[in-house]
Design a protein around this ligand. Structure first.
Ligand SMILES: Cc1cc2nc3c(=O)[nH]c(=O)nc-3n(C[C@H](O)[C@H](O)[C@H](O)COP(=O)(O)OP(=O)(O)OC[C@H]3O[C@@H](n4cnc5c(N)ncnc54)[C@H](O)[C@@H]3O)c2cc1C
Length: 485
């Protein structure tokens, strides 16, 4: 009886278990055991619903439909259709801002603005396009800052790429790899010699019906927060007819390999598995590998992660600025990464009877600038001091001076892996090692090929399909009833 063990019960581990046992497929695994170290499943997907209806997300808060429909496909399969909440394209919520020089600048880039200067950028839009046409092809990998400066100019690197990468990776544009973080631009340069085009390659194997379903969506989430997705996976995998075992409070202490099988050690004892899906952070995996795989552990340890402090606030006023949120370039304020205007995007998650008179915001702090943040907080992670800092951010940057109704502070340690320059080559070495040594091990999770929830789920699907012998991603037919909203 083929048995798989999944390490980690975040979204990557749960979706690996799901895909390894897909219905209607001659599943390779007769049994799947999932081990989660902490007391809860979901990993960074963590939502808090207050009695008055307010939803605060402590980790991810939305998903993008473009480029990857797999997550929606999964949500539909799990019966979450009625709980999907959508922010539509072209709404005010599509407004994104950069806070620079103590001013909010709306990022409104379009072909009709070709001859205009769009602050905080310093030159007319056309000049960035001309620089891209003239730029020479770059090298194998380089920092996003170096790539963007070379192709469009340094102010594009400092005022566009810098805040954007802080928003996604909480990381430093001068350290992050272009090849691994903005791979589409990297590949366009490699293939075409320039990057600005209206014809980006379409993502492959997208199902037409699903594409139509989401065509006017900008972003989406779930009524009770993103954790609803991991909760639905747990519910599905816990069904009595599923050949699964899900264990909380069960950290894997050691992972060894013997005679083509894996031996997983927990406090309860040893389990032999035909295959292991490791979805835990690469640095944590390095800690449980035996000395004989020290070379692999060393590579895994080379992928650092940054910590983020998430402060959710609720105010008794309508947001004076409409949109998705704003980001800050590191030159403006290192430790303050940005603010999300949650109520503008998903008013469904406001308290009951809010009638638009309530605003929820999330202030993101730290990341690569965590040490500077600590210094500003006088070395103390006291929640009151952190809350005061977040309230000052809202007051200074959005001009809201009322007292917040709720403030919820959470510290997320080592939560976002950093794909530094050379990450792609490191992955090649890691995967070659596993292949050469014939280790029955799949590496999934945010440490490797994308930190978004979309990437995590999709990579778990690919990993399971490779082992079950399925062809890569074929979106299923979505019954018409799913299209009724
Ligand atoms: C603040 C924040 C905001 C974000 N916002 C967004 C967003 O809006 N949209 C988006 O798409 N993405 C967002 N992301 C990124 C995304 O949420 C994460 O990359 C993704 O959830 C990672 O999932 P994972 O399953 O790979 O890892 P994790 O969630 O880290 O899961 C790994 C699990 O393994 C467990 N574990 C660790 N060691 C062991 C062990 N030895 N044995 C057993 N279990 C172990 C851990 O307890 C954990 O539960 C955000 C992330 C953060 C932190």
């Amino acid at each position: 009886m083929a048995r798989a063990v999944v390490l980690g019960g975040g979204i990557s581990g749960l979706s690996s278990a799901f895909y390894a046992l897909q219905e209607g497929v001659p599943a390779k695994f007769a049994k799947v055991t999932l081990l989660e170290a902490s007391e809860r499943f979901g990993g960074w997907l963590h939502s808090n619903k207050y009695k008055d209806g307010t939803v605060f997300d402590y980790g991810p808060r939305s998903f993008r439909p473009q480029g990857n429909l797999n997550t929606i496909d999964l949500a539909l399969k799990l019966g979450l259709r009625d709980d999907i909440i959508i922010a539509k394209k072209g709404d005010i919520l599509d407004n994104r801002y950069i806070y620079s020089d103590m001013t909010l600048h709306e990022l409104n880039i379009g072909v009709n603005k070709l001859f205009k200067v769009i602050p905080p950028m310093k030159k007319r839009l056309i000049s960035y396009i001309l620089q891209d046409i003239r730029a020479a092809k770059g090298k194998e990998d380089e920092s996003v800052h170096s790539f963007v400066s070379r192709r469009y100019g340094t102010d594009a690197a400092d005022f566009l790429a810098n805040p954007m990468l802080r928003g996604i990776y909480a990381g430093d544009v001068k350290k992050l790899s272009i090849r691994s973080t903005l791979s589409i631009l990297y590949e366009m340069e490699q293939r075409k010699g320039r990057t600005l085009t209206t014809k980006y390659p379409k993502s492959p194997s997208v199902h037409k019906a699903l594409e139509d379903y989401v065509k006017d969506w900008s972003i989406w989430s779930l009524r009770a927060g993103c954790q609803q997705l991991s909760d639905a996976l747990v519910e599905y995998l816990s069904r009595p007819d599923m050949p699964t075992e899900l264990h909380q409070n069960t950290p894997c202490r050691k992972l060894t390999f013997k005679d083509g099988a894996a031996v997983v050690t927990t406090d309860e004892g040893e389990t032999t598995a035909d295959h292991v899906f490791s979805s835990i952070y690469s640095g944590d995996l390095a800690k449980i590998l035996p000395d004989e795989h020290g070379e692999l552990a060393e590579e895994l340890r080379g992928i650092p992660a940054v910590s983020v402090i998430v402060v959710n606030l609720e105010y008794p006023v309508e947001s004076p600025v409409k949109g998705f949120g704003h980001l800050l370039p590191s030159s403006e304020d290192g430790p303050v990464l940005g603010v999300v205007y949650n109520s503008c995007v998903f008013p469904e998650q406001d308290r009951h009877k809010a009638n638009g008179k309530i605003s929820r915001f999330t202030v993101m702090l730290g990341g690569e600038w965590y040490d500077d943040l600590l210094e500003r907080l006088d070395g103390s992670l006291n929640p009151n001091g952190i809350a005061r800092l977040a309230i000052d951010v809202i007051s200074d940057q959005l001009n809201i001076t009322e007292k917040p109704l709720k403030v919820d502070v959470i510290i997320q340690n080592d939560c976002i892996p950093q794909y530094l320059v050379g990450h792609g080559e490191r992955l090649e070495r890691i995967f070659k090692y596993i292949k050469d040594k014939k280790l029955p091990l799949s590496l999934v999770g945010s440490s490797y090929k994308g930190v978004s929830v979309n990437d995590c789920i999709y990579n778990s699907k690919l990993a399971a399909e490779r082992l079950t012998g399925l062809p890569p991603y074929i979106a299923p037919d979505i019954p018409q009833k799913h299209f009724v909203r």
